[in-house]
Ligand binder design. Sequence first.
Ligand code: ZN
Length: 314
Amino acid sequence: MDWSSFPREKTDCILCGSSSSRLLSVQKTWPVVRCTECGLVYLSERPSEKAIIDMYSRAYYEDGDVGYKGYLQTFEKYHDTFMNIFSRRHRDLLKRAGGRRLLEVGCAYGFLLQYLAQRGWDVHGVEVSPLSSEYARDELGLNVHTGNLESADLDEHSFDVILLLDVLEHLHRPFDLLRRIRGLLSPDGILVVQCPWELYHWEEFTEALLKGVRPGTIEPDSVPAHLYFFQPRTLDAVLEKGGFRICGRQSGNYGAIRRQIQPPEIYRGNPIERLGRFVYFGLGLQRFLYSTARLFNLGNGLIRYARPDEDGEQ
Ligand SMILES: [Zn+2]
């Protein structure tokens, strides 16, 4: 997919409105900047909302270098890993949810919803991709709406849990979605947000060190599908601005499946980089850091539990 040819638009910081920013780097022609006022890292030029929604509606799961190529085959092949991830999610939800009525925004093929439905949850989904939402409905028999949350016919204040997993960083208008979610949550309902911590994460620092470049300049592969590159502080600030009070922070780790599909290359780069990669990947330093990171909430996934803030922005 030729991402550089997408119709593009310029944007200021969505968090504080400032247009003052510092260029970190450019990847696939898209500039990644850091807001000099609030520190949010974002694409200051991004594909237009229409272009990106058209793309998700058509091709995201089937082709392209950023999307979920072969998602179904991946799910089947690494079924046990997916089940472990779902099982952990389920345990976490049981600790926090006041009831079992749940909505997943951006539910893809509906595998997590199916897992939860089999364990007694009343599950609903919204998914923009016709391909995957039809699969969820027709093959898995789930209650999934094709389209965005704005077009879904759902009862106000009826959900105990709303899941927003790996969605927020894709949205042109995240505050509109957060407002809608506040309307759908029951008074003691809970929003679960997950997104990657890509730039300025310790892994990114390690990679920069190995390559001898400045941290913050290692480009995530996800450009330009991801419009923001959250850190713990900026993710919290976006949720608070969206009218939520954060009641739990947790760390996840992405990459369990990616590492199985694409094992890291050890023998790459100059001799110093090769040595570094050998120690990091070959001798198991990465595995050690991954398990330690989770204990200290420093994994490469940011998970937040949040409740509508009665006094927050409406
Ligand atoms: Zn800002």
